[in-house]
Design a protein around this ligand. Structure first.
Ligand SMILES: Nc1nc2c(c(=O)[nH]1)N[C@H]1C(S)=C(S)[C@@H](COP(=O)(O)OP(=O)(O)OC[C@H]3O[C@@H](n4cnc5c(=O)[nH]c(N)nc54)[C@H](O)[C@@H]3O)O[C@H]1N2
Ligand SMILES: Nc1nc2c(c(=O)[nH]1)N[C@H]1C(S)=C(S)[C@@H](COP(=O)(O)OP(=O)(O)OC[C@H]3O[C@@H](n4cnc5c(=O)[nH]c(N)nc54)[C@H](O)[C@@H]3O)O[C@H]1N2
Ligand code: SF4
Ligand SMILES: [Mo]
Length: 697
């Protein structure tokens, strides 16, 4: 079948960039236009499932909001006055500016910023930073992924991920709305299939999610109290002797210390902190401990609060003492397929002083945290702590909406000597740039999915259509920048060779990989039986042996959430199933499903404030105020406010209005009181107040 005869040509690829990706898709193309996208019934992770975001994909590609050629700022920064330039001029201008900053301030004066990793571009960016000599790869990992992964590395030597491929007797979704977010490719079809076949469910969430409605037990906790609740689970399991004593004896270190420590966290005590009934805590702890194997599907909520390290430590302790680590259907160490190791791919050898020189080393964050937290990045720009940062390259990210404290972000980005942003639309961040680059995205360039995510597989994402206008893929841009400002022999004639490089050890070329569809590591469990856990003691460190050396808490703790009588309600947020963070509000069919930012409020709370469904409301915290629309629902706890996150109005951006100030959740957040280990700010569990817009309250 060919396009010439105007017939639909179907291509199999994997979804990406609209979340962490993963679903196998069948994409129908006619005349270089996608006409239909379907879930592949044989999909390795999705078995036919497809979400509304992917169905709407075709609308993204030819959308009038897309950037289609490189732009140079002509007016004041942020004014929105642009001039079209050629790719040659764009690449030369960026290279010239970054090299000049390097000369004056050193390579570390240039930061390379990435949002949620969308594909191989993340690793090519790290490669570029390393080859350029800058240790500063800024990312959003302080609130996403790193707290879980790095706490895992310190506690048990690996990142324990829920195994949805083999049967669990119980799955506990803790701060994870996996049916709406399919986080890290944990596509919920596999989980739901298990639930249909008898796997039991416990859900820990302040909102009654889709999974909570199917759960045997639902613990509706006060946002920000996860570590306290997890410690209460440990209290019950230890005091009632429900743990796997053989595993504990042989494979854990510090069980005695942990046992004594958790005596302080009885369900009766924690019920007032976490707002969960003591009896319910006991029942849930008993059910988790008595169900083998059990998997904890832990989500983003754990790491969007200053207690991230303790929450993750407590949950790994639960997995360990109940014998669920690295067993089929438990929380496993996924084996990677035989592809190029990350360190080698990103040329870590060329930036040997990274650990000492990266911005956050100054703050003594936890070892193994390799990306700069957004809070510290902005301090470096504004206060030169620990040294000045003068230039930044931003790709796949919209810090104006995604970082805590958006006004601080604006101030910092405006203070840079030079800012280049690569995006698919004119985002509020791109608007502040000196050079804006138009990027080809999902379906428009070859890519590999899930490299480096730690789930044990990689997925082929072959190109399906030509990109619009003069768009280049991120990888092509980075390859060109690499050639222009670093030794050209470390880069390629053909940017797709950067994909070939990663596949080399597998003995496959990209074309063969595409035919195969995906590569999965060997299925092998209980690897600790050969040579122990990869920690200093060779055991799961319930008590952290390196605590003193690294100035870390040896045992998980609960640090009380902020309280403020002026702000009596508790604010939290969750991802919108129809959008991706701040992205895609300009896709008409998705926007139609969610035209305005909605805040969920319990009817009792709303009644006290004289708020009705659909009212415009003001949400205030100590740090700022925004406007959203009230949606009354009893699926949220009284006293808890779940506000929409990531809102800006692309339609306003065109007219030059600062559309990011109106409803943007991160105007309400701050980098004050960030967690010491990862620099994690409180995004969930913040004191707030709410009033009807126009009322005197
Ligand atoms: N549709 C869509 N999918 C996405 C994304 C997106 O933006 N949109 N983003 C992707 C990314 S980058 C990530 S990291 C993943 C994240 O995916 P998830 O881990 O599912 O992340 P969230 O939606 O932030 O939060 C999960 C749940 O935590 C609950 N929650 C809120 N506060 C608390 C709390 O204090 N404690 C507990 N226990 N629960 C709380 C929320 O109600 C929500 O149900 O999703 C990915 N998938
Ligand atoms: N309050 C609050 N803040 C949060 C979170 C939260 O739950 N609440 N979640 C946090 C989490 S988990 C994460 S991962 C971060 C996400 O942080 P970001 O990744 O910065 O979030 P997005 O808003 O999706 O910004 C992505 C940008 O990339 C652009 N884009 C899309 N495709 C491509 C592409 O192929 N190439 C390029 N160059 N650009 C592309 C989009 O248009 C968009 O402007 O936010 C964090 N911030
Ligand atoms: S759930 Fe994620 S990977 Fe699957 S179709 Fe939707 S956006 Fe794509
Ligand atoms: Mo994320």
């Amino acid at each position: 079948m060919s396009d010439e005869t105007n017939e639909i040509r179907w291509t199999r690829t994997h979804c990406g960039k609209m979340d962490h990706g993963g679903c196998t898709l069948l994409v129908g193309v006619r005349d270089n236009k996608i006409v239909k996208v379907k879930g592949d019934p044989e999909g390795f992770l999705n078995r036919g499932y497809i979400c509304p975001k992917a169905v709407a994909s075709p609308e993204r590609l030819s959308n009038p909001n897309r950037l289609t050629y490189p732009l140079k700022r002509v007016g004041e920064r942020g004014e929105g006055q642009w001039e079209r330039i050629s790719w040659t001029e764009a690449i030369e201008t960026i290279a010239k500016n970054f090299l000049s900053i390097k000369e004056t301030y050193g390579a570390k004066g240039v930061a390379f910023c990435q949002g949620m990793p969308k594909g191989m571009e993340h690793f090519v960016l790290i490669r570029l930073a390393n080859i350029f000599g800058s240790p500063n790869l800024v990312s959003v990992q302080d609130v996403c992924h790193a707290p879980r992964e790095i706490t895992g590395l310190h506690t048990c030597g690996f990142y324990p991920v829920a195994d949805f491929h083999l049967k669990s007797r119980l799955i506990m979704a803790w701060g994870s709305n996996v049916t709406g977010t399919n986080e890290e490719g944990e596509i919920s079809s596999l989980l739901l299939e298990q639930v249909k076949n008898g796997t039991e469910l416990i859900v820990v969430d302040p909102r009654k999610t889709e999974l909570a409605k199917k759960a045997q037990l639902f613990l509706q906790l006060k946002p920000g109290t996860d570590s306290a609740l997890a410690l209460a689970f440990l209290n019950v399991i230890v005091s009632e002797g429900l743990y796997d004593s053989e595993f504990v004896e042989k494979w854990t270190a510090g069980f005695g210390e942990l046992s004594r420590h958790v005596e302080d966290y009885s369900p009766e005590k924690i019920k007032d902190i976490a707002w969960v009934d003591a009896d319910l805590i006991r029942r849930a702890a008993r059910l988790y401990a008595s169900s083998h194997p059990a998997a904890i599907q832990w989500g983003n909520a754990i790491e969007q609060n200053r207690n991230a390290f303790s929450s993750a430590r407590a949950l790994i302790s639960l997995m360990a003492i109940c014998g669920n680590l690295d067993v089929p259907g438990g929380n496993i160490q996924a084996n990677e397929p035989n592809i190029m190791a990350l360190g080698k791919y990103v040329r870590a050898d060329l930036c040997p002083n990274k650990f000492k020189e990266m911005i956050h080393a100054h703050y003594h964050t936890i070892p193994k945290l390799m990306t700069v937290p957004g809070g510290f990045f902005r301090k470096a720009i504004l206060e030169q702590i620990p040294y000045p940062v003068k230039g930044a390259y931003v790709q796949c990210s919209n810090p104006m909406l995604a970082y805590a404290d958006s006004r601080l972000t604006e101030k910092a980005l405006k203070s840079l000597d030079f800012l280049a942003v690569a995006d698919i639309v004119m985002s509020p961040t791109a608007r502040l740039a000196d050079i804006v680059l138009p990027v080809a995205t999902q379906f428009e360039a070859n890519d590999i999915g899930h490299y480096g995510l730690g789930h044990g597989y990689i997925l082929a994402r072959p190109k399906v259509v030509e990109p619009p206008g003069e768009c280049w893929s991120d990888i092509k841009i980075l390859n060109a920048l690499g050639r222009a400002m670093t030794p050209a022999d470390l880069w390629f004639e053909n940017p797709d060779d950067l994909l070939e490089l990663a596949l080399k050890p597998a003995g496959l070329d990209y074309k063969q990989f595409v035919e195969q569809g995906y590569l999965k590591g060997e299925e092998k469990f209980k690897k600790y039986e050969e040579g122990g856990f990869k920690t200093p003691t060779g055991k799961v460190e319930l008590y952290l042996s390196t605590a003193e050396k690294f100035k870390l808490r040896p045992l998980p703790e609960y640090i009380p959430t902020e309280e403020d009588p002026e702000y009596p309600l508790v604010l939290t947020c969750a991802k919108d199933p129809f959008f991706m963070h701040s992205s895609y509000r300009w896709v008409p069919s998705l926007r139609k499903k969610r035209p305005v930012p909605e805040t969920e409020i319990h009817p009792e709370t709303a009644a006290k404030l004289d708020i009705k469904n659909g009212d415009h409301i003001i949400i205030k915290t100590r740090y700022g105020r925004i406007t959203q629309t009230a949606r009354l629902t009893d699926e949220i706890l009284p006293g808890v406010i779940n506000a929409a996150y990531g809102w800006w109005f692309p339609e306003g951006e065109k007219t030059g209005k600062e559309s990011w100030t109106y409803a943007n959740y991160n105007i309400l957040t701050s980098i004050d009181n960030a967690g010491a280990e990862f620099g994690t700010p409180n995004l969930k569990g913040i004191p707030c107040s709410v009033s009807k817009k126009g009322s005197k309250a």
